[in-house]
Design a protein around this ligand. Structure first.
Ligand SMILES: [Zn+2]
Length: 237
């Protein structure tokens, strides 16, 4: 994000207007709105898509207003030591633009806005600046959290293979995954797949069964299965 900011300030981001200056002339169309030529100002400030992201976001931020143009706002925000907000929004707009351009992903304003808000909340949480989000209520016990714990992978004994499995679940989406490694940590086999699950346990349990099934058909008999669900462990016990 820091390098992105440097590039943007030095007019070095490769938007169509900059490419034109470099002699690469071709038809130009903004990937966010499909309506105007792409330029730095349009992309980050004037584009209808960007404007929707901005206005949706400013509703949630205390004391930050979009008076006049963004370039005027920038000075106010800079004085308030909050110009980083501009950088964060521009960064996620840039990511959205690249997803539309290179991955042909259909863009949704809400998605870009959520990315911006989450990132801002993360910075507030880590005390990078005061809470300026209206909808962010920091947990009062945050300061009382135990210190972080270092967790690392331990290799199996030399005559064993270890499979680490993990299921992922969010509403409407679930997946399973597992990695088989030997005592040197070398990955020998890896599987993953989307799956149908109604809760996290339903994503976790078949994953363990798949790991054992795959070990079985691969004639792996000395197997350690490692996973992070105590509920699954208790059921299997
Ligand atoms: Zn546009």
């Amino acid at each position: 994000m820091f390098f992105f900011q440097l590039e943007a300030l030095a007019n070095a981001l490769l938007t169509d207007d900059i490419l034109k200056l470099k002699g690469l002339r071709r038809p130009s169309c903004c990937y966010l709105c499909n309506d105007f030529e792409e330029s730095l100002d349009h992309l980050f400030f004037q584009c209808p898509f960007s404007q929707q992201v901005w206005f949706g976001l400013l509703d949630q931020l205390k004391d930050l207003k979009l008076d006049g143009t963004l370039s005027i706002c920038w000075l106010d925000w800079y004085e308030a030591k909050l110009s980083i907000i501009l950088c964060i929004v521009a960064w996620f707009l840039w990511i959205s633009r690249n997803q539309a351009k290179f991955d042909e992903i259909q863009l949704v304003v809400k998605g870009t806005k959520t990315n911006c808000t989450s990132y801002i909340q993360k910075l507030i949480k880590h005390y990078r600046f005061n809470n300026i989000c209206l909808n962010y209520a920091p947990n009062v016990n945050e300061n009382m959290l135990p210190p972080p714990l270092l967790i690392y992978w331990t290799p199996p004994m030399p005559n064993l293979l270890k499979v680490n499995t993990d299921g992922s679940y969010s509403i409407g989406d679930a997946g399973i995954e597992g990695v088989f490694r030997n005592s040197n940590g070398k990955c020998l086999l890896h599987f993953y797949s989307p799956t149908v699950a109604l809760d996290p346990l339903e994503a976790e349990m078949p994953n363990i069964c798949w790991a054992i099934y795959i070990a079985n058909i691969s004639k792996i008999s000395n197997l350690v299965v490692e996973f992070d669900s105590l509920t699954c462990f208790n059921i299997l016990q």
